[in-house]
Write a protein that binds this ligand. Structure first.
Ligand SMILES: [Fe+2]
Length: 323
């Protein structure tokens, strides 16, 4: 007798091909880490697929999350995860096949086509939180302001407070509004997100952008400082919000304050993370333009870039420009 087992779904009701129940729990944990920047989703997923090598979403999420680092050094690991996911196509559902195709586009450098592929998934599965965020981050890396707003805008009617992770969708939409110069809507949406999840660093970031754009420097400084206990400790995105705080210090010509943040928060130790090195470089450049002597900090960041140059040169123009 053939039993028709119910198709497993994730916490948002999105169908997942058959896997161990513990793998789905891991997936949810990795998704929270991805959305909140508390913890490392790739570490979680690597352990998950070791325990459940046929967990398609584990492989495809791992590949997609690594793509978001914008560094060539992850390409071999991304490639390996995609090959594992592709080898499971006989048991993948149509959404997973779409996500694998998007990751492959990203792997091969076609970031615009990766976003189009995530969009095709979202047409049928608007609550695929991983696809929304990957496309949003790619829009961010490509500077695609309209899609930062509208890609989220196309799916948000399928979300509400009862759906886990709704606040993070609002946070992305808030940033999209800000990038499209709709500052009131951005602020309202980010505040709504923070009412649900006050530790959401991406929503705080959207507010910081609004305040920077509207020259509300004092308010921006207060916002970041007063909420630092929420968005900063153990958060992988905190360096960028500290960078924004340093910009508010620069606006007030408090260059020592900005340098203090550079040393203690933006890049307290040598880093191998391009996204962090970008902010360090950009902060030194702004201080340099203000006539501030930044001492040997240029040498240190130049050495960090030099260590990455052979592998990373020519992969992502924004990184190259800062290096
Ligand atoms: Fe920013």
């Amino acid at each position: 007798m053939i039993h028709n087992l119910p198709t497993p779904t994730d916490a948002r009701g999105v169908a997942v091909s058959e896997c161990k129940p513990s793998s789905l729990e891991d997936y949810e944990r990795a998704l929270y880490q991805f959305q909140s920047y508390f913890g490392d989703p790739t570490e979680t997923l690597a352990a998950t697929v070791e325990n459940d090598p046929e967990f398609v979403m584990g492989h495809v999420f791992n590949a997609s999350a690594m793509l978001m680092m914008t560094e060539r050094q992850y390409i071999p690991a991304i490639q390996q995860s995609i090959v594992c996911a592709e080898s499971l196509s006989h048991k993948s559902n149509d959404r997973e096949k779409g996500l694998i195709a998007a990751a492959r586009e990203g792997l091969e450098g076609r970031w615009d086509r990766a976003c189009a592929a995530w969009d095709r998934v979202l047409e049928r599965y608007p609550r695929d939180a991983m696809a929304i965020q990957c496309a949003h981050l790619m829009d961010f890396f490509c500077g695609d302001a309209v899609n930062l707003r509208d890609r989220v805008g196309r799916v948000i009617r399928h979300w509400h407070e009862g759906v886990p992770g709704y606040s993070y969708i609002l946070g992305m939409q808030a940033f999209g509004f800000e990038e499209c110069n709709q500052y009131d809507k951005a602020e309202e949406t980010a505040n709504k997100a923070l009412e649900i999840e006050r530790r959401d660093g991406w929503s705080v970031h959207a507010l910081a952008h609004v305040m920077e754009m509207q020259s509300r420097y004092e308010e921006g400084k207060d916002l970041l400082q007063s909420r630092a206990q929420d968005w900063a400790p153990n958060n992988g995105f905190a360096f960028h919000n500290w960078w924004h705080l340093a910009l508010f210090h620069i606006e007030h010509e408090d260059f020592l304050g900005a340098l203090g943040l550079y040393d203690e928060k933006v890049i307290p130790e040598d880093s191998d993370v391009a996204l962090q090195m970008l902010d360090a470089t950009a902060l030194l450049w702004r201080l340099h333009l203000q006539g501030v002597d930044v001492g040997k900090r240029w040498n240190r960041i130049a050495d960090m870039w030099a260590r990455k140059a052979t592998v990373e040169n020519g992969y992502y123009a924004f990184n190259d420009l800062h290096a």
